[in-house]
Design a protein around this ligand. Structure first.
Ligand code: SF4
Ligand code: SF4
Length: 106
């Protein structure tokens, strides 16, 4: 696969990966003490990050707790996904299908 084809492939996989998210906001504290940057769409009730493109780093919850915002793939690698997260089911499926947690899409 040449570089251009590989770039296209990565883009498609990235979109597939992003679509897995249900936007429940649980990874950003929607069930208890949310991140101050967590927003919610009025009509759909879905959550979103107000600073998505610059989200990584030390952040703070509404309750004043500091934490490090990391990519969801880092949570997957650390085994730190919430059980309700859509990626939990995905990585379990990949694990069952291949014998390994797939990191191809990350
Ligand atoms: S900064 Fe991180 S934790 Fe906060 S809402 Fe955005 S993605 Fe979620
Ligand atoms: S917990 Fe999982 S499914 Fe829910 S918003 Fe976070 S990444 Fe998406």
């Amino acid at each position: 696969m040449d570089n251009s084809a590989y770039g296209d492939y990565q883009e498609v996989r990235f979109e597939e990966y992003e679509k897995i998210c249900r936007r429940c906001g649980i990874c950003c504290g929607s069930l208890n003490d949310p991140c101050v940057h967590l927003g919610r769409e009025e009509e759909s009730g879905k959550y979103y990050c107000r600073i998505y493109q610059n989200r990584f780093g030390i952040r703070e919850t509404v309750g004043g707790r500091q934490f490090n915002c990391v990519a969801i793939r880092d949570n997957i690698k650390m085994g730190a996904l919430q059980p309700q997260c859509a990626y939990t089911a995905t990585t379990k499926k990949d694990f069952c299908d291949s014998g390994n947690i797939s990191t191809e899409i990350f």
